[in-house]
Design a protein around this ligand. Structure first.
Ligand SMILES: NC(=O)c1ccc[n+]([C@@H]2O[C@H](COP(=O)([O-])OP(=O)(O)OC[C@H]3O[C@@H](n4cnc5c(N)ncnc54)[C@H](O)[C@@H]3O)[C@@H](O)[C@H]2O)c1
Length: 320
């Protein structure tokens, strides 16, 4: 069996919670080398996943190890150089969201990857949630998607943006909801009107937008860090059908004024594990399958750049 050899940069939270456990159970993947600046994390993670080759300098790892692809799982403001170095050495690259600090950085990464002929992927895991895929299939089977809603609410009052403010909230956190508008609508963005506010803070923490897509679909973004608690839910509508989706629990389908049909997220995924029912296992599988097939992954850097451009438009077209 062809095995994809991976060089891994980052032994932090997401690496240990979702990505490396998902990769470790794939017989066609070899976790060949691991790098982290933090020696304790490096040792613990390498021991856990039985990785022999260990580095504290990722450039040494790239020079010494024969790998097909590189995972770079670290905060977005530390990502650009490792990603560009891996691309320049001809490695395929997998990264977490957001892909970059700015859309222009993301464009540079996408351009470099295209000219070097390597495949790339950004971990927009919401697209790979099994129950979301089922909901989308049911809605699109009935007709064109005409209206979508992405909601991302949290009670993070008084909490600064992630990484001591290195990246704004819309780019680092709400980007999941922004990307899902594009995925659910299934078309390119034509126009945006929006409202961005800073409530009791020196940084923006309320993001609401209406997005018009090329196919006529209208998307609504409802994002706020000042509300009662976490709700991350989605709606998809076509003529005569609606999907109300909470991928943490259930999806409810209403069609032709009939009785609602309810699917459990865990049952559809066949697992109680968040890593599986929340799309992390499937996104890693998608990356490996894409490399084996010589195909560009769905959420490649070029596609992620379009999501970053939508983030830009939400800021640029805000009323205030
Ligand atoms: N998809 C999701 O739902 C989701 C959830 C949380 C975080 N994330 C994203 O995951 C990414 C990583 O977050 P995390 O919480 O796992 O981070 P983390 O801080 O826990 O881990 C990052 C690791 O990278 C290491 N590192 C940083 N620079 C390095 C370098 N130059 N060389 C080697 N190692 C280096 C750090 O020492 C650390 O161990 C972020 O971009 C974040 O936005 C995504």
């Amino acid at each position: 069996m062809e095995r994809i050899r991976l060089g891994l940069i980052g032994a932090g939270g997401m690496a240990n919670a979702v990505h490396y456990p998902s990769l470790a159970e794939m017989p066609d993947v070899e976790l060949k080398a691991l790098c982290d600046l933090d020696e304790e994390r490096l040792r613990k993670t390498a021991d856990r996943f039985r990785i022999a080759a260990r580095y504290t300098n990722y450039r040494s790892m790239l020079e010494n190890e024969q790998v097909d692809a590189v995972y770079a799982l670290m905060p977005p403001h530390q990502l650009f150089d490792p990603v560009m170095d891996a691309i320049e050495r001809g490695k395929h690259v997998f990264i977490e969201k957001p892909p970059a600090i700015t859309s222009d950085q993301c464009l540079q990464m996408a351009t470099a990857a295209r000219s070097r002929g390597v495949h790339t992927m950004v971990a927009f895991n919401r697209r790979f949630i099994p129950v979301m895929q089922k909901a989308r299939e049911m809605v699109t089977a009935k007709g064109d998607v005409i209206q979508v809603v992405s909601t991302f609410y949290k009670d993070y009052r008084g909490q600064p943006p992630y990484y001591r403010g290195a990246v704004d909230i819309l780019t680092s956190d709400m980007i999941h909801a922004v990307d899902m508008l594009r995925w659910m609508a299934g078309a390119e963005v034509v126009d945006v009107v929006s409202d961005v506010q800073s409530r009791n803070a020196s940084y923006a923490n309320m993001f609401n937008a209406l997005v018009r897509f090329e196919n006529g679909c209208v998307g609504a973004l409802l994002g706020n860090w000042n509300v009662g608690g976490r709700r991350h839910v989605f709606e998809m509508h076509a003529d005569g059908i609606s999907a109300y989706c909470n991928p943490d629990s259930t999806v409810e389908i209403l069609a032709d004024n009939g009785q609602p049909i309810v699917f459990s997220a865990k049952e559809v995924a066949g697992s109680e594990e968040n890593r599986v029912y929340y799309g992390f296992a499937a996104e890693n599988r998608h990356f490996v399958d894409s490399l084996k097939a010589g195909r560009e992954p769905q959420t490649n850097f070029n596609d992620a750049h379009k999501t970053m451009q939508l983030v830009d438009l939400i800021y640029r077209n805000a009323w205030n």
